[in-house]
Design a protein around this ligand. Structure first.
Ligand code: 4NP
Length: 155
């Protein structure tokens, strides 16, 4: 089972999502069954470590990541079982790139916020990154309950 999280730059939202998801998967003991990665639709930050504010918010929750930014690549849609976009602009870019309609939206798993964006915190401050953390924490819990747990219980 392979899950890819996608945002624009792959330095703020999607590496945070990947790290939170990986942390929860380890808590379930599924780390040998589930793989995760993150990528950006844009090329601006290829090779860079996550934004220092993403790292700060993760570390304050005892979550660590070794990710370096990469751009979405042409075969990611064959490689991954689920691709999850942070906002509708990421989703539109992915649909164009892959000619597939099967791109999930992160906040479709955030009860009462279907269709909403995980807000881009890049031009904001630390409190914006903390808000993104809370959104992702809730949404990823629900994603695991709805998409990952049933998969293992059925197989
Ligand atoms: P992300 O945030 O898509 O959550 O990684 C951004 C990072 C960089 C830029 C925009 C958004 N940028 O314009 O460089």
């Amino acid at each position: 089972m392979k899950i890819l999280f996608v945002c624009l730059g792959n330095i703020c939202r999607s590496p945070m999502a990947e790290a939170i998801f990986q942390h929860k998967i380890e808590e379930f003991g599924w780390e040998n069954k589930v793989e995760t990665d993150s990528a950006g639709t844009a090329a601006y930050h290829i090779g860079e470590r996550p934004d220092h504010r993403t790292l700060q918010v993760l570390e304050s929750n005892n979550i660590f990541t070794s990710h370096r930014a990469r751009q979405v690549s042409a075969n990611d849609d064959e490689e991954f079982d689920h691709i999850i976009a942070m906002d509708s602009s990421n989703q539109a870019d992915l649909k164009q790139k892959f000619r597939t309609t099967n791109i999930l939206m992160m906040r479709d798993y955030d009860e009462g916020h279907a269709g909403a964006a995980v807000p881009d915190p890049y031009y904001g401050d630390l409190s914006d990154f903390e808000e993104v953390y809370q959104i992702l924490d809730r949404s990823i819990d629900a994603f695991i309950q709805r998409e990952i747990k049933p998969f293992f219980h059925a197989s």
